[in-house]
Design a protein around this ligand. Sequence first.
Ligand SMILES: O=C[C@H](O)[C@H](O)[C@H](O)COP(=O)(O)O
Length: 224
Amino acid sequence: MNAQDLNKKKAAEFAAQYIEEGMTVGLGTGSTVAFFLDALAEKKINFTGVTTSNRTAARGAELGMKIVDVDEVDHIDVTVDGADEVDTYLNGIKGGGAALLMEKIVAKNSTKNIWIVDQSKVKPVLGTFPLPVEVVPYGSGQLARKFEKDGLNPTLRLDQEGKTLVTDGGHYILDLHLDGMDSPERLSDYLSKEVGVVDHGLFLNTADIVIVGGDEIEVKERKH
Ligand SMILES: O=C[C@H](O)[C@H](O)[C@H](O)COP(=O)(O)O
């Protein structure tokens, strides 16, 4: 296992201690969450899982977890998810694995959100990682041209076979190559107002706790 994966695994295993018997748990998506699912399965406790992608739902079922639909629960105690970038305010970019929409819905409905990342993802400013924007297929070419005109350098995300990637929700993803951003709030507002944008990968004021895996584990908490 390379050093980055080892750090992802450390953060994921540390996060398992936040999950207690009987909780309803939001299960994120990605390679870091994959380690978390394994660690959670090893705890052998009863909990109800709400998933954020078909991938996580399939893996959860494989591990024998009780998985229910987000609309079947009246609350989610805690969600554990990965992130592609996290800044000093604990804002982040998510959606590198194309799961941002369901992740945001589950996050918004969670009492507590914990992110697990390796240390390479902690950045002073967001935007080195391309910002995913989930868009309705109809008119997505027009939207891409508008983003281009506005200097946001969009590229249409392709799958491993080189075909247009389709998300679990049936949408496309435009990745914005920004090289940093002055104001994540302003960009978030701009994107949210564009017709055809379903949602975007800026997760602002969402994470309560970020667990950073490195030589040591660092636990960062949002000051409310
Ligand atoms: O869409 C995917 C999610 O937002 C992931 O949590 C994020 O991309 C981090 O993934 P990984 O843990 O594989 O680096």
